[in-house]
Write a protein that binds this ligand. Structure first.
Ligand code: ADP
Length: 469
């Protein structure tokens, strides 16, 4: 708030200082040239009227102008006009020859009709502007026009203006100080409030709300901050979820492994069949732990942009077959009905390792979320320059309202897990990140209780397709 006030006051002071400078530097010059212009105008007018009959009358009009002296002289410096009775007899000489030559330099020789200049006369306090012009010959006598204007009125005008400006300056400075105080208070008020709120937010309290104001910019800022707060809150929630999910997911298999280990030591050590069953469980749990750790590693790589991508033209059906080999034994053991449909040329531009991971996660989910309907269809079709990949199951399906959330990090619907120990809530987030990295379209069609169809669509290889990157 103090900073605002300082800037406002500085701004007002800068304007006043420039006004003062302007006045001191330019005003005198401006008045002088204005006065010169005025005198020149009168002089030129009188020169043009020199031959008119009522010239003297016209001359007399300008005697009344305050601070201005209009005189007509002959070439020896004798005054011709205006003359009082006494002066007429005395035939006074008002300019010495030297002065006359100086004043009428150039005019006297007929080089120019007039000249205007500023000089300091001896017995005058202020400088004088002099107009010296040639009026022509009358009755054999050369007549010269001399107009003198004291510059004093200019200075006095400046003096008055300066006083006025001084008063105006002081008043406007005071006004600026007061006004800027209130304006800055009004402007900085919401910002001060915001910074207080932000401090509370910084201390970890997400219940805060950035209040809105009349100014649209501040409004925008508080909306953005409110949005940031809610996002931050979500992230913190997710972090908490992660810790509780991960620690739960780590703890459960570890507990199982430990207790089965103890069981082998204490009970089944000598009973081969029982021991093998217990060891199988330990292996299964260790696998699950490996999966979880792998998912977490993948996630952290994806999030820190450390994934090395190696794009190449690859046959999607070959990638898929490779992944499906890993499920072969599982399908056989569990009586799975697996359909594999490939149509057309399925070459796409991708990183095969990453796409393998996508397909693995999708198939893994299809298995995890199927109950009695053990049927899985993988369909890869080339159509209209695109290659579509579908992973279709007849499992539990997804509620409409959850369709958007399933792609979120750590989102998992615990109640619909057939084997609750398998999920990490990271599978689809990793799928989404990889597909977005490739720029592929993706999505899911699902109906609760009937099954789901997870798909992605990539550009198909064309002969004229060079590298896409
Ligand atoms: P999880 O480790 O829980 O499987 P995912 O990110 O892979 O995490 O999936 C998120 C959620 O999406 C799952 O908890 C599940 O509710 C839902 N889901 C994913 N795939 C399917 C599917 N094929 N059928 C039904 N629901 C699914």
């Amino acid at each position: 708030m103090f900073a605002f006030w300082k800037y406002f006051s500085g701004f007002a002071a800068a304007i006043l200082i420039s006004l003062w400078l302007f006045q001191i530097v330019f005003l005198n010059m401006f008045y002088e040239s204005m006065k010169e212009g005025e005198v020149t105008k009168i002089g030129n007018y009188l020169l043009s009227e020199a031959d008119s009959k009522d010239f003297e009358k016209k001359l007399s009009e300008y005697f009344q102008v305050e601070g201005t002296k209009v005189q007509v002289i002959d070439e020896e410096g004798h005054l011709i006009y205006p003359l009082s009775w006494i002066e007429m007899m005395m035939h006074p000489k008002i300019l010495k020859e030297k002065e006359f030559n100086e004043y009428f330099d150039g005019v006297k020789d007929g080089e120019k009709p007039y000249r205007v200049f500023t000089t300091q006369l001896k017995n005058e306090e202020n400088p004088t502007i002099i107009y010296a012009g040639y009026l022509g010959k009358t009755q054999g006598v050369d007549r010269y026009l001399m107009i003198q204007t004291d510059l004093e009125p200019v200075d006095s005008a400046v003096g008055i203006l300066q006083k006025l400006l001084m008063i105006v300056s002081i008043m406007s400075l005071i006004l600026a100080l007061i006004l800027s105080y209130f304006i800055s208070k009004k402007l900085s008020g919401p910002l001060v409030r915001m910074s207080k709120t932000a401090k509370i937010l910084g201390s970890g309290n997400f219940e805060v709300h950035f209040s809105e104001d009349d100014y649209s910019e501040i409004n925008d800022l508080s909306n953005t901050l409110n949005y940031a707060t809610s996002e931050l809150e979500k992230t913190m929630e997710m972090r908490k979820d992660l810790i509780s999910n991960v620690s739960h997911d780590l703890k459960t298999p570890l507990t199982v492994i430990k207790s089965y280990g103890e069981m082998i030591r204490d009970i089944s050590g000598n009973n081969e069949e029982m021991r093998n069953r217990h060891i199988d469980t330990i292996i299964k749990e260790a696998d699950h732990l490996t999966m979880l750790v792998n998912d977490l590693l993948d996630l952290s790589k994806i999030e820190s942009d450390l994934v090395e991508v190696n794009y190449q033209w690859e046959d999607l059906s070959q990638i898929t077959s490779k992944v499906m080999d890993r499920f072969k034994i599982f399908f056989e053991q569990n009586d799975y009905n697996f359909n594999y449909i490939v149509e057309g040329n399925c070459v796409i531009y991708c990183d095969s390792k990453r796409i393998e991971q996508v397909i693995y996660n999708l198939v893994n989910n299809a298995i995890n979320y199927s109950k009695d309907e053990k049927e899985l269809t993988i369909k890869i079709v080339e159509k209209d320059g695109k290659v579509e990949f579908h992973c279709i199951d007849k499992g539990v399906g997804i509620k409409k309202e959850h369709l958007k959330d399933i792609w979120d990090k750590f989102y998992r619907e615990r109640d619909n897990h057939i084997r609750p120990e398998v999920g990490t809530g990271l599978g689809l987030y990793i799928v989404k990140s990889i597909l977005e990295m490739h720029g592929f379209d993706y999505g899911v069609n699902s109906e609760l209780g009937k099954g789901s169809d997870f798909y992605f669509i990539a550009d198909a290889y064309k002969n004229d397709n060079e590298k896409l990157d």
